[in-house]
Design a protein around this ligand. Sequence first.
Ligand SMILES: [Zn+2]
Length: 328
Amino acid sequence: MYFKNIVGHEDIIKHFRSSIEMNKISHAYIINGEVDSGKKLLTKAFVAALQCEEAGLEACGTCKSCLKLASGNHPDVTVVTHEKPNVISVEEIREKVVEPIYTKPYESKYKIYVIPEAHLMNVQAQNALLKTIEEPPEYGIIILLTSNLSRMLETVLSRCIVLNTKPIRERDMLEHLVKSLGLTEEKAYFCLDFAQGNLGKAIKLATNSEYVQVIDSVVGVLKKIQDMDVDDLASALEQIQRFKMSINDYMDLMMMWYRDVLMLKVTGNIDKLLFKGEYSTMKKQAQVHSYKAIEDKIDAIARAKQRLDVNANFDVTMELLLLTLKEI
Ligand SMILES: [Zn+2]
């Protein structure tokens, strides 16, 4: 819950700190950025600093307010949850934000409402919130977190301060992964390439055991794809269905595989490979495929990703992808 512990995001931290310093806190913020990019950490540090009894530019960590926040029991800070996985309803926004915000804070200077995945608010919910954002009580602050700004109403956007997270510098991420998490450089580079500037994503890959299974599955499928018959393809598809929730990551790892094959074909250099353990398979694939074939495979994966983004049928998209990867 401290700004000083956050890797990267200097611009947003600077914005928060100077608004505290000048006592110019807005009533409504949107923090926009991809999943795991640090939105919650930034919010936590900002909220803690705002509510801290010491009233400095950084939370003290020891006052009553800081302790309550750390334990998740601050009476003047609400993180808005929702019942259904894919929508935040107007009733929820009314009941959890719009109505209670007009009751004065119990003990702190501000009353703060954080709405994660704010793009899940339907139009009615956003309109209900809009009225509060337009006429907030003096002590009220609403912080919306989103990974999909395009689903927010223009009218809401125009009344909020929008802060976009940016990719974190590679050397900062590397230092954190190696020094703080104790990864080997080899593993750290693997995570870096996968995460593309998103530290939370890199940490997940490094520490979450489910990812080991995802990587195993990707390697298992791509190693053999060329020789698969109809039955093999069906069982590969079945396997991929188990990772439906992490399908974006699954496909990022698939692309990393073929970028490795391409790199090996171009340079013949094993040192830069991310999937070093699979060197002999990669070497074979690099020999039998033309540059264009490898690039076409990477394109096919990128296209499948885009299709799933716009809610194309999962099974059809993945089946088509596997067939394409096999045929090219
Ligand atoms: Zn404090």
